[in-house]
Structure formats: C-alpha cells, structure tokens
Design a binder for this molecule. Structure first.
Ligand code: 1PX
Length: 218
C-alpha cells in the first residue's frame, strides 16, 4: 500500500514490522542485513510507543542498530549485504575480538549477536502471545521468554532492571490495541504467519554462528 510507506509516523502496525523479517531471507537462505536492521527499527518504534520506562532497552537496541548501519553505509558496505558475507569478511580480515574485547570492540559480528539473542526472546514472547488467553499476563509472558533467552547473557543488574520494566507492560487487551493488528483472532492469525519466518531467520543465524564458533563473542 502506497499510504503505508508514505508516512513514517502514522499509526504503528505490527504486521508491517514482522513482514520486514520475511524480506530478510534471500533465495539461497542468506540473511539480508539491511532488512534485519529495518525489522529491529520497527520493533524499537513499537517499544517506544509503550512508554519511557523502556527507554534504556530501546537505547541499547538503537545503538546496536546504528553500529550495523554504519558498516552498511561505510566504505566496505558491500561486504555487509548479508550476515553470511559479514561473518566471512570480518573473520577473514581479523576484525572480530574473539575472546576479549580489544581492538575491535564493536565488530558487526558481536553487535549482531546481541540482536540475534534478542530475536530469540521475540520468538518466545510472540509464541506465548499467540497461544495466550484473556487471563494471560503480558508481564509474565515477557519475563518467562526473557529468562529463557536474553537473561542467560545479562548480568544481575540488567536482569533486575529488565524485570522491573516488564511489570509496567500494559495488560493483554491494551497490548493488542497498540499492536494495531485488529481483533485478537487476527492477532493470532498474523502471529501464526510471522513466527515461522522469524524462527527461520533465527535458526539460520544461529547455525552460522555455531559453525564459526561465534556464539560467545565478548
Ligand atoms: C514488549 C516488551 C519489550 C521488552 C524487551 C525485552 C528485552 C529486554 C532486554 C533488556 C536489555 C537491557 C539493556 C541492556 C542491554 C545490554 O547490556 C545488552 C548487552 O549488550 P553489550 O554486550 O553491548 O553490553 N544488550 C542486549 O542484550 C541487546 C538487547 C536488545 C533488546 C531489544 C529489544 C527490543 C524489543 C522490541 C519489542 C517488540 C515487542 C513486540 C511484541 C509484539
């Protein structure tokens, strides 16, 4: 729809954001960095619309998005078209700190890894939302998803702050409202379509990182 592209600030619709992740996959199953980053941008916008308590989370996400955008727009941008090409380029040219942060503290590989771990949180959370009932609490679904994913990589103080932020998440009805997808049945249907793609992007990245022993980059 032309209208939805024209204005960036119009009412948020989560369907469009999740659709961005569909565009991430190339024919031979490589992950386009530009679309991946665009997906995260949309999610951050959504997060911001939930209130300023989430500011410390969106700020970190924005920083990481910016690091990747800078690579994409930089002089070696053509090496950053896909996550696969980025990994190859950075490893071949020794641009990644593998054991301890040193001369390459903000490599594309380590930066993307943080978002990749957050994508797992998203997958778990959306699956819980999809199968939730009217009685389900967003704060609980969010905390459970976080504990199973990102929390495993966060120090105590970050886990504590995150846990406190989750408590002020809007309840399920208001949350669905902000998603702006339509009635609950439509939300469930949309999530059912979006989740397999998010999952695939996650899986492909996970395997790539595992293959190159990059899953614990500092
Ligand atoms: C809907 C509620 C959203 C809750 C978001 C859950 C994720 C909680 C993450 C808490 C991160 C706290 C900020 C600090 C992070 C950093 O320490 C840490 C490590 O980085 P470093 O190695 O460079 O130090 N950074 C990270 O792990 C990256 C975090 C990126 C989080 C992005 C979250 C975007 C959330 C988008 C919400 C969209 C929800 C849509 C659902 C319908």
């Amino acid at each position: 729809m032309a209208g939805s592209v024209a204005s960036d600030d119009q009412k948020f619709c989560l369907t469009e954001v999740l659709d961005t992740f569909k565009l991430c996959l190339s024919e031979n199953k490589e992950v386009y960095l530009e679309q991946y980053v665009a997906g995260w941008r949309g999610l951050v916008k959504f997060l911001n619309s939930l209130g300023s308590v989430f500011g410390f989370i969106s700020k970190d996400a924005v920083n990481k998005i910016q690091v990747l955008v800078n690579y994409l727009n930089g002089e070696n941008g053509s090496q950053y078209i896909t996550v696969q090409s980025m990994v190859k380029y950075e490893l071949d040219n020794e641009l990644v700190d593998l054991t301890k942060r040193g001369s390459h503290p903000d490599s594309g590989c380590r930066t993307l890894l943080r978002l990749h771990r957050a994508l797992r949180w998203l997958e778990l959370f959306l699956e819980r939302l999809r199968t939730s009932t009217e009685e389900s609490k967003t704060s609980v679904m969010c905390a459970e998803s976080y504990n199973e994913s990102l929390a495993l990589h966060h120090p105590w103080v970050v886990r504590k702050a995150a846990g406190m932020a989750f408590l002020v998440l809007p309840g399920r009805p208001a949350f669905f409202e902000v998603m702006n997808v339509g009635p609950p049945e439509q939300v469930v249907a949309m999530l059912g379509e979006a989740l397999p793609l998010i999952s695939e992007v996650y899986q492909i990245t996970e395997e790539l990182y595992a293959q190159h022993l990059l899953l614990d980059l500092p």
